[in-house]
Design a protein. Structure first.
Length: 56
């Protein structure tokens, strides 16, 4: 698995996890820790996408 493939796979996983958390937030809200984790995942996704775009 190349570095580019690894970044792409990581982005897919982050998007899926963020999507689940958004659904949970819409249904019943998120606790403090869950909200913090979602913000960290979003930040990590942005960094990952930026790195993917610069690697092209």
């Amino acid at each position: 698995m190349t570095y580019h493939e690894m970044l792409a796979r990581k982005s897919e996983i982050l998007k899926r996890n963020i999507g689940r958390m958004v659904i949970q937030d819409n249904r019943k809200g998120l606790g403090n820790h869950e909200g913090y984790m979602m913000q960290r995942m979003i930040k990590e996704l942005h960094q990952n996408e930026h790195e993917l775009n610069t690697a092209k």
